[in-house]
Design a protein around this ligand. Sequence first.
Ligand SMILES: N=[N+]=NCCCCNC(=O)[C@@H]1[C@H]2[C@H](O)[C@@H](O)[C@H](O)[C@@H](CO)[C@@H]12
Length: 468
Amino acid sequence: CDTEWGGEDMTVSAEKSYEIQDSGVLTFPEGFVWGAATAAYQIEGAAREDGRGPSIWDTFSRTPGKVHAGHTGDVACDHYHRYPDDVRIMRDLGLAAYRFSVSWPRVQPDGSGPANPRGLDFYDRLVDELRENGITPIVTLYHWDLPQTLEDRGGWTNRETAERFAEYAAITHARLGDRVETWTTLNEPWCSAFLGYASGIHAPGRAEPALGFTAAHHLLLGHGLAVQALRASGAGKVGITLNLSPVISDDAEAAAIVDGLQNRIFLDPVLRGEYPADVVEHARRFTDWSFVRDGDLEIISRPTDLLGVNYYHPQTVAARAGEPANPVYPGSEGIAFGGADAPRTAMGWPVQPFGLTDLLLRLARDYPGTPLLITENGAAFDDVVEDGEVHDVGRLSYLDGHLRAAHAAIQGGADLRGYLVWSLLDNFEWAEGYRKRFGIVHVDYGTQRRTPKDSALWYSEVVRRNGL
Ligand SMILES: N=[N+]=NCCCCNC(=O)[C@@H]1[C@H]2[C@H](O)[C@@H](O)[C@H](O)[C@@H](CO)[C@@H]12
């Protein structure tokens, strides 16, 4: 397959510069970090407990038609109360690290002003429980649960939200920074901006293409201001997590547009201190970019210590006259999405592990010097509990293939430091509600019983061996 990159000459030759070892024993580098990831709104529940304020996802999930079957995060996996059991499961699996997000509306119910001590107390308890069980906490500060009060003032289309975010970062680090060394500011600003503001698919459900670009900029500005605040507060490692997809296409122009809107619109500001010229030009029909102020790009590109990479699948695109724009890619008229010739997960996403190798090698080539951490990779499949076991062969195979792909990238020179599987637990899968299961541990939402799936038992062995 041809993997085309947009912008300057980034075409990856059809001839692979690597081989994915699809059998035999693979060993990862000494010290490679193995773990799992979750997010607050998806697992915690306790939506109104101990002073937590409403987030845009509390509002969105209560808006008829937005989330499957009207599911909400009110209870989720009840992790707020069951976290000791969940930490014990991680310990028993031998995980070294756990990536979780802090709920901004727990810490500041209205998104600004004094901290809610009971909200911070929960994360104190969680961090202490993790460390007592030999598990390194990795904190995401923002995983989509913006306090509703801030959305009422424009949310990420309002520049002031970026400033509030930096204040929240400082408050959270002040409480947890003595025990948490690794911080990421944002999870997937592409989703927040283009699912939340450009297309309405996610909270807050606004659907104006121009707002996607405004929100993307203010999210990036919030990242930069938070990095400054974290550094001032003495933070250890700081980074951002991006969902990145290599683009597969026979049409270089279509590939460049999608690569720009998905990948380079975030990678270039953060790692190069500039917006890609082709993306700026492409977006001019929607925005005059006047929301960018002098000095913003210097703030956004403050040096970071790691890039969190969330990879699920490549984007396969083709030029097709008359094709309407995909709402999550403003200005993508004439570009057809999908069409990968590959097995699918329960999300309909193609299973193409080579895309992870291509992505990691591209990052190493085009954005050298930034250590990489796979902060999410995983798959949804329709699981069934049989006699207390879940034989999730599809997920196990997906994970095996992607770990082999990651290993190939390391062999090819990528500075990959670790892998965090998405997700530890089945959880609230945003607009899909609870009908899509990504966990390596099954959750019976009626009883809250946790059942490690075959993939969890297999992953535990991978961790023990530091390899396949
Ligand atoms: N149109 N459309 N949609 C495209 C969706 C973009 C890809 N989705 C992600 O990357 C999200 C990431 C998120 O961090 C996590 O909270 C989610 O649970 C996982 C699984 O969905 C992934």
